[in-house]
Design a protein around this ligand. Structure first.
Ligand SMILES: [Fe+2]
Length: 345
């Protein structure tokens, strides 16, 4: 396995790059905008293809690299289902799995620092975001933070992981890089409480000043820019209502770009073909399944995904590959469901 812990000294942020092998797919957790060039260079050097970029929560102390990584690699951007961030193209919930080639992470909803905080568990390690830090815990006094919820996330979820589990947080300001669940149970001063009320009192008594970057970072992180706005401007989008009118039409092919788990959980449009976004490049180049389908039948490709972000990038790629009639459903399955479109399970 390839595992890199990268550091942004300005914000004290740790970013994690994961891949199962050289030459394979990669995942990045909590990238920082100013370090995007460094990540891309490292991935080139290790011959990795970035397929997913994940933020553990909405950050207040740095601007996320999610939007820039999406624009430069066409990767999938991932956050929790509570996230209102526009750039997100895949939203996960507690109990889901986050996968790339050769790696699978269990998704834990661990609110408290923010109401959109998630932790990701992979075999011997856990990425705790700002929920559990080394000898500390993330503040709970803004961004819908909740000390009571954080107590439950830490004591009820994270500390129940095996003692030897490695703890990799999103930040450290003291120079520590990694800890273990056992070490934090024993030595983390915030965790030496005997009740939830004691923890809440401790957290509510911290009186911290706001992060320097907060007034810049939070609005910037909420609005990274939508890929689908530009696609709509070019006339390559249909609304969910227009798409319903096309259902059953012989000269279109609906293409579902989501992953199998998303299709099973949220349902799919009846009659749609399944062609996951991760395989898009090979599918739309000459000889690829979608390229040949369009060439042989003259059908118009109508892509869709969860929220319209992956499908917007797919339309651009298909247009670039010469599939001039390709379009997508603006807003994805979320818009389709809101318009009462039929769904098959
Ligand atoms: Fe944070």
């Amino acid at each position: 396995m390839i595992f890199r812990q990268l550091f942004d000294a300005t914000s004290g942020t740790y970013t994690y790059l994961l891949a199962s092998r050289r030459g394979g797919e990669a995942l990045i957790i909590d990238p920082v905008l100013e370090k995007v060039d460094r990540y891309l260079q490292l991935m080139r050097e290790l011959d990795l293809k970035l397929v997913k970029a994940v933020d553990t929560h909405l950050h207040a102390d740095h601007i996320t690299g999610l939007g820039a990584l999406r624009d430069r690699t066409q990767c999938i951007t991932v956050m929790g289902e509570q996230s209102g961030v526009d750039v997100v193209s895949m939203r996960l919930a507690d109990g889901d799995r986050l996968g790339i080639e050769g790696l699978s992470l269990d998704v834990f909803y661990t609110p408290g620092h923010t109401d959109d905080s998630y932790s990701y568990v992979m075999a011997d390690r856990v990425f705790t975001g700002d929920t559990l830090l080394i000898r500390g815990t993330g503040r709970t006094d803004f961004q819908n933070g909740d000390a009571r919820a954080q107590y439950e996330s830490i004591f009820g979820r994270l500390l129940k992981l095996p003692d030897e589990t490695l703890v990799y947080p999103a930040h450290d300001y003291k120079g520590d890089t990694v800890s273990t669940i056992a070490e934090e149970k024993a030595c983390n001063p915030r965790l030496q409480v005997t009740s939830v009320d004691e923890y809440v009192a401790l957290m509510n008594g911290l009186n911290l000043s706001n992060p320097k970057m907060m007034d810049v970072a939070v609005p910037a992180n909420m609005r990274q820019g939508l890929a689908q706005a530009e696609i709509a401007r070019r006339g390559w989008a249909v609304t969910a209502e227009q798409a319903q009118a096309l259902l059953g039409c012989r000269d279109i092919a609906l293409i579902d770009l989501r992953e199998k788990s998303e299709r099973e959980k949220h349902g799919t449009i009846p009659g749609a073909l399944h062609a996951p976004y991760a395989d898009l490049r090979e599918n739309i180049t000459p000889g690829g399944m979608l390229h040949e389908l369009a060439a042989a039948t003259g059908k118009r490709l109508v892509f869709y995904c969860a929220f319209g972000e992956r499908s917007a990038m797919a339309v651009q790629a298909a247009q670039d590959a010469g599939l001039a009639t390709a379009c997508h459903i603006h807003g994805g399955i979320a818009a389709w469901r809101a318009a009462n479109g039929p769904l098959a399970r």
